[in-house]
Structure formats: structure tokens, C-alpha cells
Write a protein that binds this ligand. Structure first.
Ligand code: NAP
Length: 487
């Protein structure tokens, strides 16, 4: 039985998850390449004040590494990052990880991938698993004069902790999950916060409760409780997801909840400015226990006039007003359609990834692509990721990928890729289902591709998991046996 050589690209949630899955399945010949110097992916990169996960921690964790010691219902960024680092270490990933090495290219040649890295090395692997995530290329807005700003300017995912906030006037551009968390945290801690809003957001109210020591001890002694809490949350999220993918009672209920929450804004003018003109959940729903309370403070200003340009002393809006600032934060999101790019990937017949994705990222079951044999993606295009924990998605996808690797080890094939026909059918099926999702009801969001179609799985996450946990249908794949391999 020969051992496949496996390259894993990225050591964030999905890279850690698949790395552990490889360990547990007895694969030993794998290398995790990570361009940064630590585990954690988005939870390593994002360290801005107020960063909190909006999925409960008892659900936002791996089922093979349940943590009884979460400090609160919704944990803060550093706690999640520490959890991920701990999981990687406990499962022996450091022995397989090369930090500070970026995979720059992968070329399929002679039934294997020729992988090039930033340190100049070239190595051959039987499989490449892209676990690069999709929220890692910060989006710098196209605003005139950004470089003229005389104060400190930073993207939310590149927070400079050396910058002193005390006594500073802070501007935040963006009203997504990041912008609302930042404003909620900074309000009251700095003399002035100015939030520049292009589009208002619906806000789902919540309460973030801290767990007492005794709760942690109980969860430690009775692991079944952790499991029960996980599945309880899973049920709740499954019900919630119905509102995303079907017009019906759940969608109406969530709309009612967010509209009611908005009523907590007392000033009618401010409330009007904060009222979206699209359906709740069309953009990724923002979850917050305090945003509306904070935005009503006298030291917080919500600016709705569009940004005209930035100058040395601050931001000038379309109404001609200059908003003087010391710090400007770009909470403007990410290029979510890049996935593993800028890696240069060339599959069979010289087909490049850029060519394959000329009309937008497409894959078969979010995991594989025709013309790119033995290349797998985790959390690839059309995976179910709207307000859904990536830990769960990555676990299901890792199981599917490990299943293929086991079949390779058993000598069933040398290379595998989905057929064009299966991939086209799969994508056509998703396009047909897209109109019943909330994401196509009329809003601008990073979920949408350039054709206006959502790059998300248009049914419930449970249906996706069920699909990829079953045996792959052989007619959907091209399997090749190497003539001389004896496999
Ligand atoms: P985002 O949702 O993409 O929001 C970007 C914001 O920047 C939007 O309000 C956008 O306005 C605004 N913007 C972009 N360019 C602009 C411009 N030129 N002028 C004015 N405004 C501009 O980004 P994000 O808030 O960083 O969140 C990205 C994703 O990260 C989330 O959707 C979520 O998946 C994840 N996240 C999760 C958590 C969590 O708690 N789990 C926390 C933070 C982030 P428009 O709406 O008008 O486009």
C-alpha cells in the first residue's frame, strides 16, 4: 500500500480540520503550507477591538475537539484563535506544518502536482488540498485621496495594536459584521466615533452571556452536555437556514424580529437612516447585542452622505462636510471570490484556474473541478457559509476528501476529477434554485458573483452535508489508473 504525498494549502479552520482528518485516517506523508507564522486563518488575521464570533461557540467548534471551557456564549476572537492553535497542536499538526511558506503555483504533470513555493522550492505531490478560505484578501475601497490621509489608516483585518486609541477621533467605513462590532466596541472608549454608512444593515438582537466557572466544570465532567449543546444549536441553525433558502414563515419571522429590534432606536431620523430597503438576510445578517445602543450615543455619529474623498485631516462627504479624524478604519470586507488565487494553478491540457473561473468560481459540490485532477477545495465556491459555522462545513468536506484518499491508497485510481457534464449539471441545478433564496431579493452583497447569482449552496446546510457524506456517484467522475503503477 503506497502512501500519497499530500499538500495542504492554508492552516486556518479548514486546513486544521483536514489536517486532523488526515492524521486520524493514518495519512502521514502530508505537508501543511501556511504563508503566515501561526494557525488560525481569519482568526489570526483579524484582531480588531470587539471581534466576536456571531455563532455560539458550542456550535462553532469541531465535533472531534469539543471545548468545555468556552468563556461565553459568543466567544471573542483571541479565544477562538487559541482554540484552533490548541486543536492543531494536540493533533500533531506542527510536525507537518511549514510556516512562512506561501504556495505560489501548482501544475499538474505526469499524474502529480508540481507545487512551487515562495522559498523557491518545487515539490511533487499526488494531491493538493486548497484550504485557503475566502476572507483573506482585504478589500481596499476605491475612494479618492485615501493615501492623502494624514492620520493612521488601516484595514480592519490588519489592526495595528501599536496605534494609541486614547483621545483619538476614529472613523469607520463599513457597516458589515466588522464595522458594527468595531463601532460597538470603540464607542465610549474614544472621544468620537464616526461611522460611514453606504448601506444600512438589519441587526439580529442577541444576548452574550458569560459562563461561570461551575458551568465549565460541569461541561468538563459531562462531555455529553457539550454534544447536546452542539446539536441543539445545529437544530436552531437548521431552522434559521430555512429562512435563507425559502420564502416562508421563518423568513417572515426573522424580518419581524429585526424590524422590532430597530424600534429600539428612539430618534426617528436616526431610525430612518438605519432602515434598510431590502429584506433581512439578503446581505449576511449582522448579529449584535449592543450596536443600536451604541450608535445612539452622543459621541457616535452615523454619516449617510456618501464619501466624496479623503484628505489629510479627514473624510469629505458628498454634502461637502469635512469629518475630521485621527484614525480611519476600512471595515470594507474582502475579495471573497479569490479563493486560492493568486496561486497560479494549471490542470490537465494546460487549463488554468483563471480560465476555468473566467465567469466566476465554479466547482463540483464545492470541492472539485474538472480538468484539475486530485485537487480538492475546502469551503470552495457554493459551499454553505451564510451565518453557518465553517467548522461544520469543513468537517463534512474533509470526510469526503479523506474518502477519496483512502480509495487512492487502496489502489482504486491514480487520478480523479469530476466530469464537465456533472459539474455543469450541478451548477445549473444551483442556478435554478437561486431565485427562491433571500440572497437574490435585491441587495448588494459579497455573496453575489458578477452574474448576480449567489455563490452559496441554495438549500439548507444539512442537505449539503447529507449529499457529500454519501458515496460519490461514479458516473460523475473520471477516474484514471496509471498504466504502470500497478494500482
Ligand atoms: P462586508 O460584510 O463585506 O462589509 C463591508 C462594508 O464596507 C459594507 O458595509 C460596504 O458597504 C462597505 N463598503 C465597501 N466599500 C465601500 C466604499 N467604497 N464606501 C463605503 N462603504 C464601503 O465586510 P465585513 O464586515 O468585514 O464582513 C465580511 C464577512 O466576514 C462577514 O460577512 C462574515 O462572513 C465575516 N465576519 C464574521 C464575523 C463573525 O462574527 N462571525 C465578524 C466579522 C466578519 P455596502 O454594504 O454598501 O457594500
Amino acid at each position: 500500500m503506497s502512501e500519497p504525498r499530500i499538500a495542504v494549502v492554508g492552516a486556518g479552520i479548514s486546513g486544521i480540520c483536514v489536517g486532523v482528518a488526515l492524521q486520524r485516517a493514518g495519512f502521514r506523508n502530508f505537508t501543511v503550507f501556511e504563508k503566515a507564522l501561526d494557525y488560525g486563518g481569519t482568526w489570526r488575521d483579524n484582531t480588531y477591538p470587539g471581534l466576536t464570533c456571531d455563532v455560539p461557540s458550542r456550535y462553532y467548534q469541531f465535533t472531534f475537539a469539543m471545548n468545555p471551557e468556552w468563556s461565553q456564549l459568543y466567544s471573542a476572537g483571541p479565544e477562538i484563535k487559541n482554540y484552533l492553535v490548541g486543536v492543531a497542536r494536540e493533533h500533531g499538526l506542527p510536525a507537518h506544518t511549514r510556516f512562512g511558506v506561501e504556495v505560489t503555483g501548482a501544475e499538474f504533470e505526469d499524474s502529480a502536482w508540481r507545487v512551487t513555493t515562495s522559498d523557491g522550492a518545487v515539490e511533487r505531490f499526488d494531491f493538493v488540498l486548497c484550504a485557503t478560505g475566502f476572507l483573506h484578501h482585504p478589500k481596499r475601497p476605491d475612494i479618492a485621496g485615501l493615501d492623502d490621509f494624514g492620520g493612521t489608516i488601516m484595514h480592519s483585518s490588519r489592526w495595528d495594536h501599536g496605534v494609541e486609541l486614547t483621545g483619538k477621533r476614529v472613523g469607520v467605513i463599513g457597516t458589515g459584521s466588522t464595522g458594527t462590532q468595531l463601532v460597538s466596541e470603540l464607542a465610549g472608549k474614544v472621544p468620537k466615533v464616526v461611522m460611514f454608512q453606504r448601506t444600512p444593515q438589519w441587526i439580529l438582537p442577541t444576548v452574550n452571556k458569560r459562563y461561570r466557572e461551575v458551568t465549565k466544570q460541569v461541561y468538563q465532567r459531562l462531555p455529553v452536555l457539550g454534544s447536546a449543546a452542539y446539536h441543539l444549536n445545529r437544530g436552531f441553525f437548521a431552522a434559521f437556514s430555512q429562512g435563507l433558502v425559502h420564502q416562508g414563515r421563518m423568513r417572515s419571522f426573522i424580518q419581524w424580529v429585526v424590524a422590532r429590534n430597530l424600534r429600539s432606536v428612539k430618534d426617528p431620523d436616526l431610525r430612518r437612516k438605519l432602515t434598510p430597503d431590502y429584506q433581512a438576510m439578503c446581505k449576511r445578517l449582522v448579529v449584535s447585542d449592543r450596536f443600536y445602543a451604541m450608535v445612539q450615543r452622543p459621541d457616535v455619529e452615523l454619516v449617510t452622505s456618501g464619501i466624496d474623498h479623503v484628505r489629510d485631516t479627514g473624510v469629505v462627504t458628498a454634502d461637502g462636510e469635512l469629518h475630521e479624524l485621527d484614525i480611519l478604519v476600512l471595515a470594507t470586507g474582502f475579495d471573497s471570490h479569490a479563493y486560492m488565487r493568486p496561486m497560479a494553478i494549471t490542470g490537465t491540457g494546460g487549463h488554468t484556474l483563471d480560465q476555468a473561473w473566467a465567469d466566476g468560481p465554479r466547482a463540483y459540490e464545492g470541492i472539485m473541478m474538472p480538468d484539475f485532477p486530485n485537487l480538492f477545495m475546502l469551503v470552495g465556491p457554493h459551499s454553505p457559509f451564510a451565518n453557518h459555522p465553517l467548522t461544520a462545513v469543513a468537517e463534512a468536506q474533509s470526510a469526503r476528501i479523506v474518502g477519496w484518499l483512502q480509495r487512492w491508497r487502496a489502489g482504486e485510481f491514480e487520478t480523479v476529477a469530476p466530469t464537465h457534464a456533472a459539474t455543469d449539471r450541478y451548477n445549473a441545478m444551483m442556478r435554478a434554485a437561486a431565485p427562491s433564496t433571500v440572497w437574490t431579493t435585491g441587495c448588494r452583497s459579497w455573496y453575489l458573483g458578477k452574474d448576480g447569482m449567489p455563490e452559496l449552496w441554495p438549500w439548507s446546510p444539512g442537505q449539503y452535508e447529507k449529499r457529500i457524506r454519501r458515496q460519490p456517484d461514479p458516473v460523475d467522475y473520471r477516474l484514471n489508473r496509471h498504466a504502470t503503477s500497478g494500482k
